[in-house]
Design a protein around this ligand. Structure first.
Ligand code: SF4
Length: 348
């Protein structure tokens, strides 16, 4: 779980904006998201449903359904090249080969009518045309073994429905990593599984990350999962990143009131008192259609000030690679200026 010294950045997301056009207005699902992930690093993207974390991953893979969705701005640099500028044919070579994705429900990416062997061999040969069928089969068996499928030589000839949910998830991870992808996007990879299987799958992803140096972006709503797996964390709210820090720093000094609420709502075995009610953040996430220029968390925030209701907070660097977007960390002069500007704009 620790980043190697001199690890190279493998993926840089800069000011990514993905909008959806709906009859009710424009949904700014991802609005100015930026982060960098290095080889061998695990980044957690955390937030409630609708915060934009899954759309961020789908945008990186360029799998946004269009229409109604569109990546309207920003860059996604893979090894320095902006993959948002690639043709669809060029993007197909990146997808699966260099950047792979595992989804919440394995059945969405496994074909129920084809044997696992057929699907894995096809994936490997699609990205490595020089590989023979025999070599692809051997590689597939090796990957199934790596992810802990018992008797892989025999099980590879099964159909997806002949596996349990946890085993299907392992097959999907094996398939996603069979082409030695450098970045693995895991979107709530354990949500559909029971707790013991969840732990096994997360352990497996961590093992592969350590063994193969794969950079992992883990999308989850569960800060407990992040604590055990990630090097750093981006907390998302209403389409934007509101706080970024190393996992250790985020738990030690959560700075955004939303992050504080998320951490408080994780059940703790060590400090919980008998019959104590679990903390929950009051209110609902905002409707992200045509959001006004304010802190979208203000209706739920107990520390909200006047400026929070009129202007979006800029990013404040707290040092130690810790950044937060919250007016609590800006000086009085900056707040007054923002309030004056907002009042003028509202009058205009
Ligand atoms: Fe709360 Fe204001 Fe910070 Fe938003 S900017 S989280 S409303 S204090």
């Amino acid at each position: 779980m620790s980043l190697k010294p001199n690890a190279k950045p493998v993926l840089e997301v800069k000011d990514l904006q993905t909008y959806f056009k709906t009859d009710a207005g424009i949904v700014k699902a991802v609005d100015g998201v930026s982060f960098t992930i290095h080889e061998g690093e695990t980044l957690g993207i955390v937030g409630e449903s609708g915060s934009g974390k899954s759309v961020t991953n789908l945008s990186i893979m360029r799998l946004i359904p269009s229409p109604p969705g569109k990546i309207v701005g920003g860059q996604v640099l893979f090894e320095g090249e902006d993959i948002l500028k690639l043709s669809e044919a060029e993007m197909r070579n990146i997808r699966g080969d260099k950047i792979s994705m595992i989804f919440q429900d394995p059945m969405t990416s496994l074909n129920p009518f084809l044997r696992i062997s057929t699907q894995m061999i096809e994936t490997i040969r699609l990205h490595n045309p020089g590989v023979t069928k025999k070599e692809a089969l051997e590689r597939s068996i090796e990957m199934l073994k790596l992810v802990g499928i018992p008797s892989p030589e025999r099980r590879i000839n099964s159909y997806p429905h002949q596996f349990s949910g946890g085993m299907r998830q392992r097959v999907m991870i094996a398939q996603a990593l069979s082409c030695d992808a450098q970045v693995l996007l895991a979107d709530e990879p354990t949500t559909a599984l029971d707790v013991t299987i969840q732990a096994q799958i997360l352990e497996l992803i961590a093992k592969l990350n350590a063994q193969m140096g794969t950079a992992v972006i883990l999308v989850t709503h569960d800060l407990g999962v992040v604590a055990g797996m990630c090097d750093k964390v981006c907390v998302m709210y209403a389409g934007r990143i509101v706080e970024t820090a190393s996992t250790e720093e985020l738990y030690a000094k959560p700075s955004h009131p939303y992050t504080e609420g998320l951490i408080k709502s994780v059940p703790r075995m060590d400090t919980a008192k008998k019959n104590e009610r679990l903390f929950s953040i009051e209110g609902q996430p905002p409707n992200v259609i045509d959001l006004p220029p304010c802190c979208p968390f203000h209706p739920r925030c107990q520390k909200a000030m006047e400026v929070c209701r009129h202007a979006y907070p800029p990013v404040k660097d707290l040092g130690n690679a810790h950044e937060v977007s919250c007016w609590l960390y800006l000086d009085e002069k900056t707040k007054e200026q923002a309030l004056q500007d907002a009042t003028l704009q509202e009058k205009a």
